[in-house]
Design a protein around this ligand. Structure first.
Ligand code: TRP
Length: 351
């Protein structure tokens, strides 16, 4: 029987708290691999959900690999048409929020052949039944309403190659990615059992920050039009926040369970200004939703203005941006080739 998903989540949360303590003690023992599909600019949900955590861990001294998952983005046919634009935008987002290319390795799938080659032996280690059970892939297939490509079905195995090529032992993720990480752990164990010890069995690190919802109270996502991208111009920030859903009660409180939309706006202010949400709600109090929205517009604008400017500057100098990406690709390739050499030796295919 497969474990109850809520047990898995609880276990991952407990484990993440332990890991945070160990990271603080000895950051040099950890290597992080994380990444995003280049499907459009990062939004505040991405930022507070995972990206801010990467910057924090980088500052603590953990080594960071950040993947622009361009081959994984091919699961979405519409995105595939604008890939270079999306890739440059995502790299500019990373740099603008403080991922330091002097310390971190920023790279793309398509430029690291040895990473992609790991997919083949890894595919031999998982069954079609296991791939069919993946709840995140199932949801994506349901949402896409198109013929399911072979890539859609197997991308979690490719993701195992993303993580294992550089022998990362820590993967900061949201809970939708936990099934993928579980598969990576399975691939790693099976490879090591069959061919000898090559790979670590990486841990998930769940973000300790509560999730930011979209402005309609649903999951924040680009496709729902309820997101605030880091690149959003200030008049558009104001327009979207003014249009955010609230409720009929005048007094502003922070009650995520019973007043999710209001609580989400409060949380948005709290995150952008690094404050306690209850204090933010008390400050607005009887001034009501309009005052809360004005505060949110100011908070988001104060937070985004420097990021927006930095992002635009990176995109104005594409040659420099591509130089940064190329340096990351070269470094990732060198590491992937070393790992592939080990894999071929372990498999006795190093003819
Ligand atoms: N699947 C991730 C997403 O949709 C992106 C991703 C690709 C990733 N490879 C990864 C995340 C490896 C963590 C580790 O956001």
């Amino acid at each position: 029987m497969s474990p109850d998903p809520s047990d898995t989540l609880l276990a991952a949360q407990r484990r993440s708290a332990e890991l945070e303590a160990r990271i603080a003690e000895d950051p040099a023992r950890f290597r992080i691999l994380t990444g995003d599909r280049p499907t459009g600019p990062l939004h505040l949900g991405h930022y507070f959900g995972t990206v801010a955590g990467r910057v924090r861990l980088q500052r603590l001294g953990v080594e960071l690999f950040v993947l622009v998952a361009d081959y994984q983005a091919l699961t979405d046919r519409d995105v595939a048409e604008n890939l270079p634009e999306h890739v440059d935008g995502l790299v500019a987002d990373y740099l603008a929020v403080g991922i330091d290319p002097g310390k971190a390795t920023i790279f793309t799938h398509s430029a690291v052949p040895a990473l992609n080659q790991l997919l083949l032996p890894f595919l031999s280690l998982v069954s079609v039944a296991e791939l069919s059970r993946n709840p995140t892939v199932k949801e994506e297939i349901e949402a896409s309403r198109r013929a399911v490509s072979g890539l859609m079905f197997t991308y979690p195995v490719h993701q195992a190659a993303d993580i294992l090529f550089c022998k990362a032992n820590l993967v900061p993720v949201g809970k939708d990615q936990l099934p993928h990480l579980e598969l990576t752990r399975t691939v790693s164990r099976r490879f090591n059992d069959r061919y000898g010890p090559v790979f670590p069995v990486p841990d998930a690190l769940l973000s300790p920050v509560p999730h930011l919802l979209g402005l309609d109270g649903q999951k924040m996502s680009k496709s729902r039009g309820n997101a605030i991208p880091l690149s959003l111009p200030s008049d558009e920030v104001a327009r979207r926040i003014r249009g955010a859903r609230t409720d009929a009660q005048r007094r502003i409180t922070y009650e995520p369970d019973t007043r999710p939309e209001v609580a989400n706006l409060v949380r948005l202010v709290a995150l952008c200004q690094d404050r306690d949400p209850v204090e933010v709600a008390d400050e607005v109090g009887d001034a009501g939703a309009a005052a809360l929205k004005r505060l949110a517009i100011d908070a988001v604008e104060g937070f985004l203005a420097p990021i927006r400017a930095a992002r635009a500057a990176y995109l104005d100098d594409r040659a420099q941006l591509r130089r940064i990406l190329r340096a990351g690709n070269e470094r990732a390739s060198a590491i992937a080739e070393d790992t592939l050499r080990e894999v071929r030796a372990a498999m006795a295919t190093d003819y």
